[in-house]
Design a protein around this ligand. Structure first.
Ligand code: C2G
Length: 132
């Protein structure tokens, strides 16, 4: 039976930390499904508009070799529904989310992977905006 892995993220200003979590997630199964968070959800979650729109962020993630399918993550509260809808066997998140999704262990495996150090969208935005 094919093993489906699901992961979620904003993936704004796509960087190598995003790439690594996606590559490592894909290695845990046969099919990788990625939920890309909606602009609206991002605004609520981080209190700012993403640099790239949800359509652009989805297009970038969908074009990656390890990714089989992308969908728009419209709400953090729908995680269980998404896991069931895509018949995910494993939920993967970076360890900045450690413990936050343990409640889904009744329907799938939950794995937290170590974040790639020293890179983040916020730091990149700051670096770019301070460049002259
Ligand atoms: N990530 C990583 N290393 C970094 C930066 C990010 O491993 N240096 C991982 C995060 O841990 C996450 C994924 O990349 O698993 C996407 O990160 P974000 O775009 O910051 O996603 P986030 O806003 O945390 O959205 O439902 C959950 C949310 O949609 C997650």
């Amino acid at each position: 039976m094919a093993r489906t892995v699901i992961t979620f993220g904003t993936f704004d200003v796509f960087h190598v930390g995003h790439l690594k979590v996606i590559q490592r997630a894909a290695e845990l199964g046969d099919r990788l499904v990625v939920g890309v968070s909606a602009d609206e959800l991002n605004l609520r979650k981080k209190d700012r508009e993403p640099v790239f729109s949800e359509a652009e962020r989805m297009a970038i993630v969908a074009a990656l070799k390890p990714v089989d399918e992308v969908f728009l993550e419209e709400s953090l509260e729908l995680k269980r529904d998404y896991i069931l809808k895509f018949s995910a066997d494993v939920l993967v998140m970076g360890d900045d989310w450690e413990g936050r999704f343990d409640e889904f262990r009744d329907v799938c495996e939950v794995v937290y992977l170590p974040r790639t150090p020293a890179i983040s969208t916020t730091a990149l935005i700051e670096k770019i905006s301070s460049a002259t």
